[in-house]
Ligand binder design. Structure first.
Ligand code: SF4
Length: 420
C-alpha cells in the first residue's frame, strides 16, 4: 500500500514526555464483562485493587508526572465498586477523570452519579470483535451497524451535559475498510462526538521472526498473553489508515504526532483536528494551531492538554474570528466559512465545532528485534515491581512484567538470546 503524502516537517511533534504528559493510565481492576479479541489484558475476576492502593498510584503519578487527565481503565472500570469515590478523588486532585469503558454497565443513573462526582469524559471502546457480553441485538454487527450503539452513548452523555465523548475502535486488517465510514459518522455527530480513536491491532503470531526472552529465559509463544494462531495482519500502520481515509476525504490532514522510540516517522499517535458544522467540514487545523494550544495551556496550567471540554469544542466560530490573524489554517477555514455562508446565509445559525481524530499505532518490531514504542507514551501506568518499587510502565504491555517480572526482549530467530 502507498504511504501517505504528508510530511513530518509539516507536523507538530506533541510535546508529551515521561514526566510531563497529557494523560496517565490507572487500572483499578482487571475484571471485565467482555472478552475482546484484541485486548492486551487478562480478564481476572476478583482483581479489584483496594481503594488505598489506587490512591497510592495517583500519588505516584502526581510525584513523577505532570498530567492533565487520568484515564480510568482496566478491565472494566465501571465494575470497580469504588468507581464514584475514585472519580471524586481524581477530581479533588484537580485532574480530569476520564472513564475508558465498554459502556455495558453504564446506566443513566450511574452516569448522573459520576457527573456529580466530577467525571470529565468517557471513552467508549466499541468494535465488532468484542465477543459476547453485549445485548444480543449487537452480536455479529459490523462497524457501521454498531454506530447505532455509539450514538446511544453519545446521546446519553449529551443529555447529561458537558461531558467529553470519545470512541475507541481496534482496527484489524479486515475492518480497516470501515474506518472512513466511522470518520464520516463522527462528522455527522460532531456536536456530541468529540474524538474518534483508531487503535491498530497488534498481536504475536507464529510468522513473527523473533524469539522472546525474559532476561535470559526463553518464553514460549503460548505463554505470552497476546498471541494468536490465526493468520492475522498485525502490522497495520497509521499512514495506511490515513490513505484509506483520504480515498474518501482527500482533504483529511493530520497535524500532530508522537514518533516511535526507534523511528522518527513511525506515527505512533497521529492527530487530526477538524472544524465544521454537522453538514460540512470547513477546515483542518494545522501543526501551528496545535502547538499554540499546547503551549498556551502549559503556560497557563503547567501541564499539557489532553481532553478539551465540549463547551470549548463548540466555540468553533469564536476560534475562527479570534485566531485567523495568527494561524494560516484558521484563516483558510474562515475563508471557507464565508463561502459556505454566501451559498446560504441561514447557515449562520449553525454552530461550528472542533473534533479530533486520533490513530494509535502500538508496538512495532525492528528487524534487529528492538521494539518501537510510543515515544512519550501517554498511557503509562504504575506497576509495583518484585522489590515493591513503583515503576511507570507501558500499559499495553503490562502483562509482561506482571507475569515475568520484566518486559520481554525480542531476538531474531536463529540467534542465541543469551548472547545478544
Ligand atoms: S506505548 Fe503502548 S501504552 Fe503507551 S501509548 Fe503506545 S500503545 Fe499505548
Amino acid at each position: 500500500m502507498e504511504t501517505a503524502s504528508f510530511r513530518l516537517s509539516e507536523m507538530y511533534r506533541l510535546p508529551w514526555t515521561l514526566p510531563d504528559n497529557g494523560i496517565s493510565w490507572l487500572e483499578p481492576t482487571a475484571h471485565c464483562n467482555l472478552n475482546c479479541y484484541g485486548c492486551y489484558r487478562k480478564n481476572i475476576k476478583n482483581s479489584n485493587k483496594p481503594f488505598e492502593e489506587v490512591k497510592h498510584e495517583l500519588d505516584v503519578f502526581q510525584a513523577l508526572r505532570k498530567t492533565d487527565c487520568i484515564s480510568i481503565a482496566g478491565g472494566e472500570p465501571l465494575l470497580y465498586p469504588n468507581i464514584i469515590e475514585l472519580v471524586a478523588e481524581i477530581k479533588s486532585r484537580k485532574l480530569k477523570p476520564i472513564i475508558n469503558t465498554n459502556g455495558i454497565a453504564l446506566t443513566k443513573e450511574l452516569l448522573h452519579e459520576l457527573k456529580k462526582a466530577g467525571v470529565f469524559g468517557f471513552t467508549f471502546h466499541i468494535d465488532s470483535k468484542q465477543g459476547k457480553g453485549r445485548e444480543k441485538k449487537w452480536e455479529g454487527k459490523n462497524e457501521i451497524e454498531l454506530n447505532e450503539l455509539r450514538l446511544h452513548y453519545a446521546e446519553i452523555l449529551a443529555a447529561e451535559g458537558n461531558i467529553a465523548c470519545s470512541f475507541n475502535s481496534t482496527v484489524y486488517g479486515d475492518t480497516l475498510q470501515y474506518v472512513p465510514d466511522l470518520v464520516d459518522w463522527a462528522h455527522k455527530h460532531i456536536d456530541i462526538v468529540h474524538t474518534m480513536v483508531f487503535i491498530l491491532f497488534r498481536y504475536i503470531t507464529p510468522e513473527l521472526p523473533f524469539d522472546f526472552y525474559a532476561g535470559t529465559k526463553k518464553i514460549y509463544f503460548d505463554d505470552i498473553h497476546y498471541h494468536s494462531d490465526k493468520d492475522e495482519i498485525t502490522n497495520l500502520n497509521s499512514k495506511q489508515v490515513v490513505e484509506v481515509i483520504r480515498k474518501r476525504f482527500p482533504e483529511f490532514k493530520p497535524a500532530a504526532y508522537l514518533n516511535g522510540t526507534y523511528k522518527a516517522d513511525d506515527y505512533k499517535w497521529l492527530l487530526t483536528e477538524r472544524i465544521g458544522t454537522k453538514d460540512n467540514i470547513i477546515g483542518y487545523l494545522n501543526n501551528k494551531f496545535i502547538e499554540l494550544v499546547m503551549q498556551f495551556y502549559h503556560f497557563k496550567f503547567d501541564r499539557y492538554l489532553s481532553y478539551a471540554s465540549p463547551k470549548i469544542l463548540s466555540l468553533g466560530r469564536a476560534t475562527l474570528f479570534n485566531l485567523w490573524t495568527i494561524n494560516k489554517s484558521v484563516r483558510k477555514a474562515l475563508g471557507n466559512y464565508f463561502k459556505f455562508l454566501i451559498k446560504n446565509p441561514f447557515r449562520i445559525f449553525k454552530k461550528l465545532y472542533i473534533q479530533s481524530i486520533m490513530i494509535i499505532q502500538p508496538v512495532d518490531f525492528m528487524e534487529n528485534g528492538d521494539q518501537s514504542m510510543c515515544d512519550g507514551c501517554p498511557d503509562i501506568t504504575v506497576w509495583k515491581d518484585r522489590n515493591g518499587k513503583d515503576q511507570l510502565v507501558w500499559s499495553c504491555r503490562l502483562e509482561e512484567p506482571m507475569e515475568h517480572g520484566v518486559f520481554l526482549r525480542t531476538v531474531p530467530k536463529g540467534f542465541n538470546g543469551n548472547s545478544v
